[in-house]
Design a protein. Structure first.
Lengths: 413, 372
């Protein structure tokens, strides 16, 4: 057991540190530090332009997607080096939020199922942030039950014709490409009739509408497909093999999201250090201390669990479904923390204006955004099912649609 | 970074697991639980034969110097098997106190015998039914002797000697070593929520004792340091217990049928067990970190120990409690072992001071600012 850097790791770290010291957009530091959850602040600068600028600079210096092979725009770095990079990039890593889905989920799918020519063409600009990708999975009728999706793809010569609707697509409005899962055969049981493609988001027949979220922001979209044509060469995996392909994407989703998961703990701790409560300080109040201890235990537990996953990764093992605990713990915890933090401030806690509210209203932003954390990328309930079934080995859910052709499955309205 | 136990350490765990599987079954636990033995001597003997009491003791004092990570994994197995032995009192508390603060002569006198498992030690602090504080300690040391009473001492009826927190001449607190076999010492069994662990009151009547180490006024801070180290080791026992209780629940839920299905196929129970797993996993990772801090003498030990302790209390209490729930009515019978885990989980919560006490310590030890 050893938490210190090896000699190689220490050398790598100092190299990273030196490069970041020279190259980082320090003019964004204070705005990024005050960023609320799910809302990267760049002050007077345009967020997307700044994100792309930093990503391109990293790519030019050989520091983009460092774990990818060099030929695809990466650096061929080890998982451990990737962790070190993340630690050193720190606050500036928030700028990469725009690229997480493309680089963390679409890219591994392309690497596993794309042709050599596709990888050469699409991966380098994805690494450098010059092209943005999104993931077109969820539908109005299929969220947790993803395999119940209905967007149709019908073959017409060397092309496929797509009709249907996706929803909750992060960043579709700024994306150049997307990976798309469709139903190609409704007459077989649901998992067997799916096929994966990728497409140009500027294709004729693609319509993107932002969703106004409950917190007033718009990070997600509805995407409509009206006779959109995709060449067969952009199919990923076999016809009818889309479910397998999607598992690659979703497995990486867990890694991409689970790696640097926000809990709200640091923001809460900083807030209550100096927050008055009654005639004293909040941090001296026994009820506050008990909750603080509980949340620290969870926050440290997640950090240490991630360190164990990294150790496993560096030994060539594959992180398993036990990593599902990350988002499950962090989501509920953030919601609890936000609620409690506001409660300590009385009516003043209701203020969302960053100029007036404590901690630049970061906790208020969490209160309003955290319900989504418990839903996106697998609901709390689905994650508990995954833990119960795949980790603990408990029996599967009874499925009313098992073995039934997709078009015979009862559906509500 | 390498955040895992080594192959050698895991091998020690496996050997201890095998021995305990053979010797420390439910029958062995119940022989103590139901009062037929003060502790499971056959299990203790097995531990002696494997030499595990010597794990973290340096070779110069008769130990094997295999280090704390190994001892942590031994503790985990003792917890998983509900071992009814004075191991925690003797090894995590008495041995650690001697290693930290004993004079050279004291170390030479006690450690080789502790390493060999020939003698059993314990730590005596509690005097009232309130959480002990520095001010609450009344037991007196004067003219070379201890006078007064400790209300409840884990393994107090079994131990050969004790480290006793006492006040010298109405003033400073110190830790004193005393032989519990002397005539002036009276011991009486105390009934607790967990009869599978010996607990006794001890009364001293000018009983001969010697200051541990050389500082007569450092008793309270020495106690905290000993408790921090013991907290890490005891957390591994709690971890082992939590895992065993979860395994019990999962196995039962697969075998028991209701409404024509295994009860483990109902989401209400699946989600309950998923939450048990989450608590266990968080505790495990925090315990691993504390094991590293203990092994390396890191400055982070006080915070890491409190974190592991709080997480392990939460995990064992949740797993033991909900294991009963998964078992339904059968879980509340004397016959099923569920209550043995439930009782142990609550006893271990209190053994080094309860949850609120450790939550407080944790918060005291957090650095200022955005510490995550």
């Amino acid at each position: 057991m050893d938490f210190s850097d090896t000699k190689e790791e220490a050398t790598f770290r100092s190299e990273v540190r030196a490069w970041i010291k020279d190259a980082a957009p320090t003019y964004l530091h204070d705005s990024l530090a005050a960023s609320g959850f799910g809302n990267t602040r760049t002050g007077e600068y345009e967020p997307l332009a700044e994100a792309k600028k930093w990503q391109k600079k990293k790519a030019d210096g050989g520091w983009a997607c460092i774990q990818w092979p060099k030929e695809f725009g990466g650096r061929g770095a080890t998982p451990m080096e990737s962790v070190i990079w993340g630690q050193e990039e720190g606050l500036y890593g928030k700028l990469a939020g725009t690229f997480i889905i493309g680089q963390g989920m679409c890219a591994p799918t392309l690497m596993a199922y794309g042709s050599e020519a596709h990888k050469q063409r699409y991966l380098p600009p994805l690494a450098s942030g010059e092209e943005v990708w999104c993931q077109l999975f969820s539908e109005p009728q299929s969220g947790s039950d993803l395999a119940g999706l209905r967007t149709r793809a019908e073959q017409d010569g060397n092309e496929w014709v797509i009709n249907g609707q996706k929803i909750w697509t992060s960043g579709a409005h700024i994306s150049d490409f997307g990976i798309l899962i469709t139903r190609t055969d409704p007459e077989v049981p649901k998992h067997r009739g799916l096929t994966m493609f990728f497409l140009n988001m500027k294709s004729p027949g693609v319509t993107i509408k932002p969703i106004k979220q409950a917190n007033g922001e718009s990070g997600f979209n509805e995407v409509y497909f009206d006779n959109v044509r995709i060449p067969d060469s952009q199919r990923l995996g076999e016809v009818g093999g889309g479910w397998q392909v999607s598992l690659t994407t979703l497995m990486n989703e867990r890694l991409a999201i689970g790696g640097s998961i926000a809990t709200g703990f640091p923001e809460f701790k900083a807030l209550i250090d100096n927050l008055p409560l009654g005639n004293g300080r909040a941090i001296d109040n026994p009820a506050v201390r008990s909750k603080l201890a509980d949340w620290y235990v969870k926050s440290a537990g997640l950090r240490n669990t991630a360190a164990r996953a990294m150790t496993a990764l560096s030994k060539g093992e594959v992180p398993g479904p036990e990593n599902s605990i990350g988002k499950l713990v962090a989501g509920g915890m953030m919601q609890d923390i936000a609620k409690f933090a506001l409660d300590l401030q009385g009516l003043g806690g209701a203020i969302v204006d960053p100029a007036i509210a404590a901690s630049s209203a970061r906790l208020q932003a969490m209160l309003l955004r955290s319900p989504a954390v418990r839903i996106e990328g697998g609901t709390d309930q689905i994650l508990r099912n995954i833990i119960a079934e795949r980790v603990l080995g408990l029996p599967e859910e009874l499925r009313a649609d098992k073995g039934i052709p997709f078009n015979k499955i009862p559906s509500g309205r | 970074m390498d955040f895992d136990f080594s192959q050698d350490e895991k091998m020690i765990r496996e050997q201890v697991r095998k021995m305990l599987s053979a010797r420390c079954d439910s029958g062995a636990v119940r022989s103590v639980f139901e009062g037929r033995e003060a502790y499971a001597s056959h299990v203790w003997q097995g531990l002696v034969e494997m030499g595990v009491m010597a794990t973290a003791i340096p070779e110069e004092y008769g130990g094997v110097g295999a280090g704390y990570p190994s001892l942590c994994l031994v503790a985990e197995q003792l917890g998983a098997h509900l071992a009814p032995t004075p191991f925690s009192s003797s090894v995590y508390l008495a041995t650690e106190a001697l290693l930290l603060f004993g004079t050279e002569a004291q170390k030479q006198a006690w450690l080789p015998r502790l390493a060999a498992g020939e003698i059993i030690g314990t730590l005596a602090v509690t005097e009232t039914v309130a959480q002990a504080t520095a001010d609450s300690i009344q037991l007196a040391f004067a003219d070379g002797g201890l006078s007064g009473a400790k209300l409840i001492v884990p393994d107090g009826g079994i131990a050969d000697f004790a480290l006793v927190l006492a006040r010298a001449n109405g003033g400073a607190l110190g830790l004193y070593i005393t032989d519990l076999q002397q005539d002036s010492v009276t011991r009486e069994a105390v009934a607790t929520v967990d009869p599978s662990r010996n607990s006794s009151s001890i009364t001293f009547a000018q009983s001969s004792a010697q200051l541990l180490g050389a500082a007569p006024d450092q008793g309270w801070s020495q106690l905290q340091q000993v408790l921090d180290r013991a907290a890490v080791l005891l957390a591994f026992e709690q971890l082992g217990g939590a895992q065993a209780a979860l395994d019990m629940a999962v196995n039962y839920a697969q075998e028991r049928f209701a409404f024509g299905r295994p009860i483990g196929s109902f989401q209400a129970l699946k989600h309950m067990m998923a939450d048990m797993y989450v608590a266990l996993k968080l505790a495990e990772s925090n315990c691993y970190y504390a094991a590293w801090a203990l092994a390396t003498g890191s400055a982070e030990l006080p915070l890491a120990a409190a974190t592991a302790r709080v997480a392990a209390i939460q995990a064992f209490q949740l797993c033991a409690r909900d294991n009963i729930q998964v078992h339904g009515g059968m879980g509340f019978t004397w016959e099923f072992d569920c209550h043995l885990f439930y009782r142990r989980s609550n006893y271990l919560t209190l053994q080094l001071g309860g949850l609120a006490e450790w939550e407080n310590k944790l918060v005291d030890r957090l650095p200022a600012g955005e510490a995550a």
